[in-house]
Design a binder for this molecule. Structure first.
Ligand SMILES: Nc1nc2c(ncn2[C@@H]2O[C@H](COP(=O)(O)OP(=O)(O)OP(=O)(O)O)[C@@H](O)[C@H]2O)c(=O)[nH]1
Length: 464
């Protein structure tokens, strides 16, 4: 029931979006010709990609009827409305197919992959849409077929390349906070350079002036988060198109060198220019994700999810560094070793042993405060760091942990693989990661005593 309610809600929202965006486009429509700016197709397509729940066939129908009804109410003759809006829907369908099809490799998540395919998707959508739209324009507005086709193509292509990235990369609320923080921490110089180069292109004029902001946009792409770069390319691109349309930016000069009209030329020029910063920004984003994945692999043990030794070092380093090294890190260190683990492997096989390791780490994480650092030292030995724990608390927590491991029923393929563990405790107060080794050695000595005294017990280096 709530699903149906959500569905109806989404359909209504999409329908009104289609109406609103059509009205904006219709305001740019000249008498007896097509609109010079039609944002609807790109924005609506972007919404389908950005919000996968909206992405279904019903949505396409809703969009078509939303745009059609608006056009009819605007006074457009029925045949023209049907033709024009059918071509709009073909843009959305064709570009969506290129953005999401599985026929090419899919190494990235849905949003990132779509952003990477914006250029081919915009071309495909614009080609299909212009083929139908051009015929409608020729038939009903008596435009020359090639000119009409080119006008549709250039408008759809440039609007899509400008708007789609910003809509697809639209952040969630929590992402937005992070993006704004990163942006405010960045230098303002790329933005200033963008303003200056745009002003220069107006002042100098001529065909090449459209490209003046390109280096500044690339600088922005390197300096700011992806979404901000998309917004800046959008604002720059639209400003340039408006400046050309309003004859403020004269890209044609005195001679009529262009065979196509200057507005279409400007649109294509702007589209070509704005795709470059997007590509730069995307490759930086993809690179960051790759580095994050590699770091995660290096910092966490794949089998158990516990920190690796290098992961523990960097976590400890990041805890110690901001405290000017004087406060350092003080607390307790546990060395936890599963008892007679070799028997599990020998009796039930290596896979069963792996399962026991993963379950034991889960048990350790559940039994201790969430701030504890749990690291796999190797094999069936784990190190736990508990910040701020004194002797009494360390002993209490270690006993609680030993008890939890003993009572943790581990069932694997119908067999009971429950284990016990021995724990050695040392206390530490260190100002550098290197000093950790000494505390580990002391805990190891206690662990040895625990093992040789019968296992399944806790041995602290102190006397309570
Ligand atoms: N399944 C599995 N076994 C591992 C892994 N790493 C180490 N081992 C095995 O863990 C066993 C450790 O055995 P021992 O060091 O003799 O320790 P133990 O049997 O737990 O005996 P005590 O520590 O003395 O109680 C060895 O058989 C290793 O092959 C792993 O990632 N997965």
């Amino acid at each position: 029931m709530p699903n149906n309610k959500n569905r109806i809600h989404q359909v209504i929202v999409l329908f009104f979006f289609a109406i609103l965006l059509s009205v904006i486009g219709l305001c740019f429509r000249n008498f007896e010709s097509m609109s010079i700016f039609w944002p609807g197709n790109a924005v609506l397509l972007g919404l389908l990609i950005r919000f996968p729940a909206l992405d279904n066939r019903v949505s396409l129908l809703v969009l078509f009827f939303g745009m059609l009804i608006t056009d009819l109410c605007w006074g457009t003759p029925a045949m023209i409305s049907v033709g024009v809006n059918f071509s709009n829907i073909t843009f959305i369908a064709a570009a969506r197919w290129v953005l999401l099809t599985r026929h090419f490799t899919r190494p990235y998540p849905r949003r990132l992959q779509s952003l990477m395919r914006i250029f081919p998707a915009s071309i495909a959508g614009a080609l299909v849409c212009a083929a139908i739209g051009g015929i409608v324009s020729e038939r009903y507005f008596h435009d020359e077929l090639f000119k009409a086709w080119f006008s549709w193509f250039s408008e759809q292509m440039s609007t899509s390349i400008l708007l789609l990235p910003a809509v697809i990369s639209l952040p969630r609320r929590d992402e937005l906070r992070l993006i704004l923080r990163k942006t405010f921490e960045s230098s303002l110089l790329p933005l200033v350079a963008l303003l200056v180069t745009t002003a220069m292109s107006i002042w100098v004029g001529g065909g090449g002036s459209l490209l003046f902001p390109l280096p500044a946009l690339l600088w922005c792409a390197i300096s700011y988060p992806l979404f901000i770069t998309c917004c800046l390319t959008l604002i720059t691109g639209i400003s340039e198109i408006i400046l050309v349309a309003g004859n403020v930016l004269n890209i044609q000069g005195e001679n009529d060198l262009f065979r196509i009209d200057s507005l279409s030329a400007a649109r294509l020029g702007v589209a070509a220019m704005t795709i470059s910063p997007l590509i730069v920004s995307l490759s930086i984003e993809a690179n960051k994700r790759l580095v994050a994945r590699v770091t995660r692999r290096a910092d966490y043990d794949l089998l158990t999810g516990a920190l690796t030794r290098s992961g523990l070092s960097s976590r400890l380093q990041s805890l110690i560094a901001p405290r000017n090294r004087l406060a350092g890190f003080s607390g307790a260190l546990f060395l936890v070793d599963i008892d007679r683990f070799k028997n599990i492997n020998d009796t039930w096989g290596h896979a069963a042993g792996d399962y026991v390791l993963a379950q034991t780490v889960h048990c350790i994480q559940q039994a201790l405060p969430p701030t504890s650092l749990v690291c796999r030292m190797g094999g069936e030995e784990f190190l736990v760091l508990l910040e701020g724990a004194n002797e009494a608390r360390a002993f209490l927590l270690a006993n609680r942990l030993r008890n939890s491991i003993e009572n943790n029923a581990i069932m694997h393929k119908g067999n009971d693989l429950s284990v016990t563990a021995s724990i050695g405790i040392s206390l530490l107060n260190i100002s550098s990661v290197q000093a950790l080794d000494e505390a580990i050695n002391r805990a190891d000595e206690q662990l040895y005593i625990a093992k040789s005294s019968g296992r399944n017990q806790v041995r602290p280096e102190f006397v309570l």
